[in-house]
Ligand binder design. Structure first.
Ligand code: NAG
Ligand code: NAG
Ligand code: NAG
Ligand code: NAG
Ligand code: NAG
Ligand code: NAG
Ligand code: NAG
Ligand code: NAG
Length: 646
């Protein structure tokens, strides 16, 4: 069991980062923007608590004293959490729980003191933004009994998820239950990605939902109620509004919908092409040519990355591979070698190298001393920008090579904003933090770059090679975007509207159908709760940051390519060794969250708006090619019942 922390830990299971701050960052903005999106939230908004103490000098003194204490408590909490996550013993857990009780008390005291000031009337905008960051407490606002109840519910749901085990597939029912021991991280993932047996996939897919989400439904209803209660006490209408507050925009939902609409035609093309290829394998009795794709045959438990279907979908299979896994093994690169190669990319841009403490304390491979640990890849900030670490049980393959860049992007951010006040040591918004390493990885994964650094021997520098490269990127990025979008759209609706609570599963499948065009292979009912079979829903982790990251990383890439003087197409651009690109990125990273993200975005791209157009530009040749592979009337899907495949 993973203990409930009252410190704010953003744990992501997608690629996996942990970013801990003992005080919630809720940000602040001063300008009310007229018609350009995003519509910035004004800090005079009544949901941000403030009091009647107008003494600005006293307020500064409070911030100064609070800062020193906050950093101390942060270090202590992160250390305790690291000790536990890297060595799962009962003793370490008890230390962690005690530390998190202390930091919860501190957070509450800070909030109480901060909101006694009439900070909205203060003259210095930076001080106002700082206070705004301290004016939202989060779930700590609940009374002790309810807070415990909430924490236990989340722990139970996470336990149900982590302990989920399923039986191997056999045509006969499994009678020997001791065989039912397939775990998620190794066995189930392997089957979902490698098997092409429709019935086997269906069995594993269904069992996973039976042993996880189905067990959580009642807990989830109570969880919604408690989170909403906390959100209201914080001044928000519901918990969805509180989650969105980190993006500081009243038009956030509408802006995302605009982006979705820009992007959707590309997803539908890839969907139609993939469906056609899958019909060739599984037949029209399993997949309707104008219907949604069965959710279990896309190579991933949630159909959120289709990379495992690469062999099936590569446009020109006879061209040299764009995968460097074989070379990593042939060259006998160690895990540390892989990290050094990644670091070299950062430093080639003039960005910061990893610190001495990074190399000293990081855990880059599963320790061989037999201790139990959480292997999930994560990046850690011990609150001083010098002690920064990655914990990752790194495998030697291309996917992990890219994950290394992702995690190092977090570390780079930590190092860059270390001189900001503690309250601003965070991403401009959560999506920014996820986007840094991925942006660099867009350059790193170009075949030309991989050849330059000796990881590909042979590349095919022609349009067929380009299309293979673009398809391999699309199976990760394009396939992911609808999932990145629907996960929180679903939860926002559930938090906001209690009439959805009697049809939680129908609403889930309506979202899966509308955005992803997929359907369940076995009839779903309201006895099931399939949303809970995804880690981030069971474990209370917001998700929209990944959608935002996947959009803005292409905006970043385009802007950095321009700064680097690149004139070719975006998908070939490699910013390696460009000091200009590095400087531009560093200008934004070093701000942390001290400015609104739209200003940060403007510094890099010249525009305050998020946009999917750079992503569309990147994939343009693939879009054209896909249009030659599917006819207009083969695009899209219809289904009269989202609870079962037609
Ligand atoms: C803050 O300023 C507003 C408008 O100037 C004023 O109405 C309000 O009384 C002030 N609040 C305090 C606590 O002084
Ligand atoms: C300020 O607010 C506190 C608590 O909200 C109250 O007890 C106190 O009387 C107020 N002081 C003034 C001067 O209004
Ligand atoms: C793991 O934690 C225990 C305390 O519970 C400690 O005695 C042990 O040395 C730790 N192991 C490692 C490898 O740090
Ligand atoms: C937290 O605060 C409560 C109430 O103020 C107190 O009873 C408790 O001892 C404190 N816990 C810690 C760990 O400081
Ligand atoms: C809150 O204010 C009280 C009274 O001034 C002070 O003793 C305490 O240290 C402050 N706590 C924090 C976290 O600022
Ligand atoms: C069930 O399977 C386990 C593991 O393969 C085996 O050791 C055991 O003998 C089996 N039991 C029965 C009753 O077949
Ligand atoms: C690969 O590297 C490891 C350690 O880095 C070394 O022990 C091993 O001999 C190497 N294998 C080959 C085939 O070079
Ligand atoms: C939904 O919320 C409203 C307003 O908060 C409340 O009156 C109503 O009883 C709730 N309905 C259910 C089914 O919980």
């Amino acid at each position: 069991m993973f203990p409930r922390l009252t410190i704010i830990c953003l744990i992501s299971g997608l690629i996996g980062i942990i970013q801990c701050n003992t005080i919630p960052h809720q940000l602040d903005i001063i300008i009310k923007s007229p018609s350009t999106s995003p519509q910035l939230i004004d800090d005079s908004d009544s949901k941000y608590k403030s009091g009647n103490n107008t003494d600005e000098a006293a307020a500064r003194a409070f911030l100064k004293a609070q800062e020193i204490e906050a950093v101390k408590i942060c270090r202590k909490s992160v250390q305790a959490e690291w000790n536990f996550a890297s060595n799962l013993t009962e003793y370490n857990k008890q230390v962690l729980l005690e530390t998190s009780r202390q930091s919860a008390n501190f957070a509450k005291e800070t909030w109480y003191n901060a909101t006694s000031f009439a900070w909205k009337n203060f003259s210095d905008p930076l001080i106002r933004r700082w206070f705004k960051g301290l004016s939202v407490l989060g779930t700590g606002v609940l009374d002790g009994y309810k807070l415990n109840q909430l924490n236990e519910i989340i722990a139970d749901m996470e336990d149900a998820y982590s302990n989920g085990k399923v039986c191997p597939y056999s045509a006969e029912p499994v009678t020997n239950k001791s065989l039912c021991n397939l775990n998620f991280d190794e066995d189930i993932t392997e089957i979902m990605s490698k098997s092409r047996n429709y019935e086997e996939l269906k069995s594993i897919w269904t069992q996973w939902r039976d042993v996880t989400g189905k067990k959580m439904r009642n807990n989830y209803l109570k969880y919604i109620e408690l989170l909403n209660e906390a959100a209201k006490l914080n001044g928000f209408s519901d918990n969805g509004q509180l989650w969105r507050d980190g993006y500081e925009s009243d038009s956030f939902e509408d802006d995302l919908e605009i982006i979705w609409n820009q992007f959707e035609p590309l997803y539908k093309l890839l969907h139609a092409f993939t469906r056609k290829k899958l019909i060739a394998i599984y037949g029209e009795d399993k997949i309707k040519p104008n219907g949604p794709i069965p959710a279990h045959i896309l190579g991933n438990m949630w159909a959120q990355s289709w990379s495992s279907l690469g062999d099936l979908l590569t446009p020109f299979p006879n061209k040299p591979s764009v995968d460097i896994t074989d070379n990593i093994l042939a060259k006998n690169l160690s895990v540390v070698d892989m990290f050094r190669i990644s670091e070299r990319f950062f430093t080639s841009l003039g960005l910061k190298p990893m610190t001495d403490k990074f190399w000293k304390y990081s855990i880059l491979e599963r320790p061989s001393d037999g201790r139990e640990m959480t292997c999930h890849a994560s990046a850690w900030d011990f609150c001083d920008g010098d002690d920064v670490r990655i914990k990752m049980c790194t495998q030697r393959n291309m996917k992990e090579f890219i994950v290394i860049h992702h995690e190092m992007g977090h570390i780079q951010y930590y190092i860059q904003y270390k001189n900001q006040p503690y309250v601003f040591r965070g991403g401009a918004n959560p999506g920014f933090h996820e986007a840094v390493g991925d942006t660099l990885a867009l350059s790193v994964s170009t075949p030309t770059h991989l050849k330059t650094i000796g990881l590909l021997d042979e590349i095919s520098a022609d349009s067929e090679g380009d299309l293979n490269h673009l398809m391999s990127m699309a199976l990760d990025k394009i396939a992911f975007l609808p999932v990145g979008y629907l996960m929180d759209r679903y939860r926002w609706k559930v938090f906001a509207d209690n009439s959805t609570h009697s049809s939680l599963n129908r609403l889930w499948w309506e979202h899966r159908l509308r955005y992803q065009g997929i359907c369940p292979p076995v009839r779903r009912t309201e006895q099931d709760f399939d949303a809970g079979s995804k880690y981030h829903i069971a474990a209370n982790v917001p998700y929209i940051r990944y959608f935002v990251s996947y959009i803005i990383q292409f905006q970043f890439h385009k802007a950095l390519c321009q700064a680097a003087g690149n004139t070719g197409p975006l998908y070939q651009c490699d910013i390696y060794q460009s000091r200009e690109a590095g400087q531009l990125l560093s200008n934004v990273l070093s701000l942390g969250s001290s400015k609104h993200w739209s200003e940060a975005l403007e510094i890099i791209t010249g525009s305050k708006k998020m946009s999917a157009l750079p992503l569309m530009e990147y994939f343009a040749p693939l879009i054209d090619w896909l249009k030659t592979q599917v006819n207009e009337d083969e695009i899209g899907w219809v289904s009269s019942d989202p609870m079962i495949c037609p």
